[in-house]
Each structure stands twice: as C-alpha cells, then as structure tokens.
Design a protein around this ligand. Sequence first.
Ligand SMILES: Cc1cc2nc3c(=O)[nH]c(=O)nc-3n(C[C@H](O)[C@H](O)[C@H](O)COP(=O)(O)OP(=O)(O)OC[C@H]3O[C@@H](n4cnc5c(N)ncnc54)[C@H](O)[C@@H]3O)c2cc1C
Length: 410
Amino acid sequence: MPSTTTVIVGAGHCGLAMSHCLAARSIDHIVLERAEVANSWRTQRWDSLRLLSPNWMTRLPGYRYRGDDPDGYLSAPEVAAMLGDYADTSAAPVLTSTTVTSVRAAGGGYVVRTDQGTWRARTVVLASGAAAVPAVPALARLVPAGLTCLTPVGYRNPGDLPGGGVLVVGASASGIQLADELHRCGHPVTLAVGEHVRMPRTYRGRDILWWLDASGVLDQRYDEVDDLVRARKVPSMQLVGSPGRTVDLNALSSAGVRLVGRLAGIADGVAQFSGSLPNVCALADLKLGRLLNTVDAWAGAAGERFAPTAVHSTPLGLDLRSGEISTIVWATGYRPDLSWLHVPVLERKGRVVHDGGVTACPGLYLIGMPFLRRRKSSLIDGAADDAAELTTHLAGYLDALAGRRERSAS
Ligand SMILES: Cc1cc2nc3c(=O)[nH]c(=O)nc-3n(C[C@H](O)[C@H](O)[C@H](O)COP(=O)(O)OP(=O)(O)OC[C@H]3O[C@@H](n4cnc5c(N)ncnc54)[C@H](O)[C@@H]3O)c2cc1C
C-alpha cells in the first residue's frame, strides 16, 4: 500500500493552495482528484458565468493575476485554465481520475481508499468542495409532474428550458444571475426571495469588493464573530461579474422580474410563498447600510446610499398546474458531499465539525468551507491565508507526532 505524509482530497483551488503550502515546507503529499484539476469549474458552472470577484482578487499562494484586465471577471473556462497553470507551475503532485471512496482512521493515521488503489497517510486534508452538490429542499418532491426542474449545477444556458414562465427559487448570487439571464431571454420570471445579501457592484467609484478587501471586512476572523454558526450560513452576495452592473432586487423588478416571498410550501400543486418579503428586504437594506457605514468609518468619509428595495404587493400563491410556470430553477444553495468520510467528525446533517478547519480527529483537516477561518474563506482569495494557517497546524502536529515516536523509541 503506497504511503505519504498527507493526502489532499480534491484539486480545486483549495486543494492546490494546500499543496503549494505543504510543498513550501517540504511535507510529502499527494492530491487525489476524481476528474481533472478545477473539475467544478469545468463541469458544474453555467455557460455565461463569470466570477463575481474581480481579477485582481484572484490570488493564491505564490500566484497573483498578471493579465491586462485586473478589473475584469474571469469566465469559468478561464478559471479552469488559470488553475491548470497554477497546478503546473507549482508542480502539484495531482493524481487525476482518482475518486476517493473512503477515508478511515487506522493505526494513528488514515487509510484512504480510491477507485485506483489504497493510500496510507498520517494526515488528510478534505478539499472536496463546499458546493459539491445542489441543496434542494425536500418540498421539491411536491412539484407537479410535467414541470422541468433544474439546479445551477445542471443548468448550462437558456436553451435547456422549454418556453414559458420560470420560477427561480432563491435570490443569492446564483438565483439573481439566472433570473436575470432567463428574463433577458424572454421568459416571464418569478423570483422567490428569502434571506439575501444585497450588494451594489460599485461604491464610491470602486468595485464593492475593493472596499471590503481594503477595509478588512473580508479578513474578519472566525474567532472574532459573535455568532459563528449564523455567520457560516450567510448566503452569497447578490453580485454579478459584469463591470459596473448591479443586479439587485430593484434592478430585477424594474426590468420586469416578479418578486415573491420565500417558497414555504407546495400544497395540491400550488406554490405557497411567505408573506415576509417586505421584512427580508428591509433587513437586507439595513445590513447593507451597516456594511457601508463600516466602510465609511474606515475611509473616514461618508458615501452614497441606495434606494430601499421596493416591494409591491406580491402573490402568496401560484398554481403550478395552471401552465403559467413551465420550469423551476432551484437556486437554493449548495452543500458538500462527504458521504465517503468514515471518521467520527460529522454532525447530524453530514457536515464536518471543525474549529477553523481543524477537526477533533488529530491529523484530519478541512478547507474551503464558508467562514472557515475568515469571512473570505469561501472565495478564491480566502484560500491563501487559510491554507497557510492549516499548514502551520499540520506541521506542528507532525512535529509532535515525531517527538512522541522518538521518545517512545529511546
Ligand atoms: C456558482 C458558483 C460561483 C462562484 N463564484 C465565485 C467567485 O466569483 N469568486 C470566488 O472567489 N469564489 C466563487 N465561488 C466559490 C468558490 O470559489 C468555488 O466554489 C470553488 O470552486 C471552491 O473551490 P474548492 O477547491 O473548495 O472546491 P472545488 O472547486 O469544488 O474542488 C473540489 C474538487 O474535489 C474533487 N472531489 C470531490 N470529491 C472527490 C472525491 N471523493 N475524490 C476525489 N476528488 C473529489 C472535485 O472533483 C473537485 O475538483 C463560486 C462558487 C459557485 C458554486
């Protein structure tokens, strides 16, 4: 059975960032990837998607964007190409087409089974992605037969849809982008809106992410927030990777997208929407105002404020059998898939319990989850700091392990 010091599961940007940091400390490791490097950007993104983070923010350990469009936004194939180059220039030891089928603790380390053979490792880093599969609510099973149901993972372009009305469920980054695209292609679009994070694309003449980066908002640490469980559940920002274009609820409803409340149930084929839309919009407006106040305090000057989200009277029910809606897009988020992890670190819903990526099982680490160690942890730009700190912890663990072995041998 081949052995190595560290197995990294997944060759997305997080796995590659970890590999770069381990290599810098000469820690022997292997990256196991079920498909190709950057698989999620090759196979799980829709055609028109561009990063919502600007190119200058595409930073990884030992890499920063050097192209001629720092304020642009990479397309998914461009991200895949960038990560492919990064893996090559880092000489990352990636084994592609190797699916990890189980990870178990054994003999003070881990046994990692794959469809290509079994590895033994003292430490394992789980970098298999926070957005591995779409998170579709259980009520989706109540959708009447005959409607087309899609998720952002399976959707490629408007050609995937039959004609007619579309109900997009979820108004975070994926939901607003798909509602916008489908509306522009002539579909009547209804957007079911729950808790969301309103964000202008530009603020005081700069990309909003420039302000959040420069003011340190994105660097806020996991051990500094009052309610970490809640902070880790905050939805993605309503942003689209298009220079200067804000796609918030006001922009969508002015263009003709119908806003309704959160989808609360489906009974006898009728979609039931929560009456909380005015409240969730008021809350999102309030939180945006607070965020801009933080930025202003850092900048030492007040900037513009945005009109409150306009909420008109909205229907509380929509008959899905009437023919008005032919497609439902479940833009209700994503979740990890760790069904192959057989180590007792999972909570009831199958998520890894961890403290900043360090699990209770010595030598088992996690990277790439929302607010893992910082607010920016779920962004490409967040991987560098997280990977550096986890590598420091992992190296310390290996040193302690070696010390224990030396002592017991003498
Ligand atoms: C729609 C969408 C848009 C996003 N836009 C942005 C953006 O604009 N800017 C930004 O900074 N971030 C963005 N993100 C967030 C984040 O950067 C991406 O989710 C990113 O792909 C996460 O990187 P990762 O390395 O953690 O996981 P992934 O990219 O998902 O990589 C995980 C890898 O693990 C592999 N894998 C999984 N299971 C196994 C297994 N059992 N065995 C072997 N290999 C396995 C997968 O094939 C995959 O290659 C976006 C996310 C989504 C979903």
